[in-house]
Ligand binder design. Structure first.
Ligand code: ADP
Length: 556
């Protein structure tokens, strides 16, 4: 006996939408009233075909309540079609009597539950409620699956840095997980790159209505399903009149849009637009990264070109200056030796100036040889402390001239190793020369030579600003190092410059504006010559207090 619902039960908070399909008008209206009173929104139809039409045009519905026996298609067939239209819909089948066979068929067709007639209001509500609960779980699992797909897609597209390849992949991933026969990716122009439209498959062409749909989705800033009288796109000759436009955003900026087009209204299926919106986010970021990468690549290439020009300049300048310079030096020396009085003094000045140019030309020649990998080492067993002493002795007069105290500390035992003596003298000489240049009169410059265990070196270098020689430390480092320190009480170097002073031509203050001359090549040569002998260079410095330049060579 069917009971009419009397007093409405407490209202259910959600307004789930239920489609009732039953040819029995009394039954249909009983269910409709019972469910409406329970807070549901209900649409009733009298047969399966009408139900399919309602699913397509009035959807999405949360639940389909269908009688198993209807004219035309059965409730079970309808259940299957409903599931195809909307994979997440809950389906409850009403039967006159349930048999094991019906139950099996129901499960196969994705029916969530069934109700055996006659049933009471409470029973109906309970079954509907439970079916909706199961639907929630199903939706969650569909969402999880979509997220897994998204993760896979996002990993795939984030690994691509080429803009064209990336665009094709984004469309391919969108089409693999969402409806539509054709996909378009609109990418806004950035810097040197023009705006572009990518299409997949290649036979698809975008139409004015498609561009308008994209523009509109960009204006409103969210996914926009469209059904248009005009075709959004053509696939060969087939007009595609339905679609979904999704804006692509990266770091708060709109950088393009994705448009999927199809011949049918299939873009409202739950999950599809959600998936596309998430994919669009990933795609936006991937595109942005690709743009940044291409900018970085361009900047890197122009830096490389600059580096090449510097090397070329060094090679040309050193070559072209060498011959005229030897003529100037030769004749100046001759005049100097053969003259007296004022003329001899003038010739001496000429000689001093020419010697300074020669020092710069020699620096350029060192760098040129280094670039051409033509620097050769003449290794000899030598006492590093004796070399340090020799370098100090050469420069004591220059230090004294500035009123500086230049001294060298002796180690307990000689520090013997195989080195190229001339090149080590040049390295220590360059460091002392800088110390003299950048220390005011009255300052102190100390040179010391010590043996150092590898751990000490690592600990100290860890605090220093990195420079190119430091990669040495990871390549078969020795247990003990021979360390040379040149300490001064000079002007020091701001930390932000410490990593760069080893670059060619780099100077903290340009020699055009400072008192001390120099071309910014000394430390670059130090770096190259020390690295060539398997060593490392680093600096510890404090602005206004002084610097300690260190280099370490591996001890056998
Ligand atoms: P140059 O001395 O010819 O300018 P270097 O390559 O020898 O070139 O040194 C690069 C820069 O590093 C110098 O211009 C200077 O700014 C800084 N520098 C080097 N040694 C010292 C030092 N002992 N004290 C302070 N600054 C130094």
């Amino acid at each position: 006996m069917i009971q009419e619902p009397l007093a409405p039960p407490p209202l259910i908070a959600n307004a789930a939408r239920v489609l009732i399909a039953d040819d029995d008008a009394t039954m249909s209206s009983f269910c409709a009233r019972a469910l409406s009173a329970g807070g549901y929104t209900v649409v009733t139809v009298g047969e399966a075909e009408a139900a399919i039409a309602a699913l397509q045009t009035q959807g999405p519905f949360d639940l389909l309540l269908a009688d198993i026996k209807m004219p035309g298609r059965s409730g079970l067939e309808l259940a299957q079609i409903a599931r195809e239209i909307d994979p997440a819909i809950a389906v409850v089948i009403m039967t006159g009597h349930s048999t094991v066979d019906t139950l099996h068929a129901s499960v196969r067709r994705g029916v969530t539950d069934y109700l055996t007639k006659p049933f009471e209001v409470d029973e109906l509500r309970l079954v509907v409620e439970q079916a909706l609960h199961k639907r929630g779980l199903l939706q969650q699992s569909l969402r999880l699956r979509a997220l897994e797909e998204l993760l896979r897609s996002s990993e795939a597209i984030n690994a691509i840095l080429d803009r064209n390849e990336l665009a094709r992949e984004i469309i391919a991933h969108a089409r693999a997980h969402a409806p539509g026969e054709a996909g378009f990716l609109f990418v806004a122009g950035a810097d040197h790159l023009p705006p572009q439209v990518f299409a997949e498959p290649s036979g698809a062409t975008i139409q004015p209505a498609g561009r308008e749909a994209v523009a509109q989705s960009l204006r409103i800033g969210r996914p926009l399903p469209v059904a248009s009288a005009e075709p959004l796109a053509l696939l060969e000759a087939t007009p595609l009149t339905h679609g979904l436009a999704v804006p692509l955003r990266a770091r708060g900026e709109t950088i393009g849009a994705l448009l999927l087009c199809g011949a049918h209204d299939e873009f409202n299926a739950p999950g599809a637009s959600e998936f596309l919106a998430l994919l669009a986010n990933q795609a936006g970021n991937a595109l942005r990264n690709a743009q940044l990468y291409s900018q970085l690549d361009a900047a890197y290439n122009s830096l490389r070109e600059l580096d090449r020009l510097k090397s070329e300049f060094i090679a040309i300048a050193s070559h072209e200056l060498r011959s005229p310079l030897s003529i100037v030096l030769g004749y100046a020396k001759m005049v100097h030796d053969r003259s007296s009085g004022d003329l001899r003094e003038y010739a001496q000045r000429l000689l001093t100036g020419a010697e300074r140019i020669k020092a710069i030309v020699n620096d350029l020649l060192h760098l040129r040889d280094f670039d051409r990998k033509q620097t050769t080492l003449t290794l000899e067993r030598s006492a590093l402390d004796a070399l340090a002493r020799q370098a100090v002795e050469r420069l004591v007069p220059a230090a004294q001239q500035k009123g500086q105290d230049l001294s060298v500390a002796q180690p307990d035992q000689p520090v013997i190793l195989e080195v190229d003596r001339e090149k080590v003298l040049l390295v220590i000489g360059n460091l002392i020369d800088n110390a003299i240049k950048f220390t005011p009169p009255g300052g102190r410059i100390q040179v010391e030579v010590v043996r150092w265990p590898h751990e000490h070196l690592i600990a100290e270098i860890a605090r220093a600003v990195a420079n190119p020689t430091m990669r040495r430390l990871t390549e078969g480092a020795p247990a003990t190092w021979a360390l040379v320190r040149v300490k001064d009480t000079g002007i020091g170097i701001p930390r932000e410059h410490q990593g760069r002073i080893f670059e060619r031509f780099y100077q903290v203050a340009s020699s055009l504006t400072r008192e001390q001359g120099g071309a910014g090549l000394g430390l670059a040569i130090v770096c190259d010559l020390v690295a060539l002998q398997g060593g490392v260079v680093w600096v510890k410095s404090e602005e206004g207090r002084g610097s300690i330049f260190n280099f370490a060579l591996p001890l056998p």
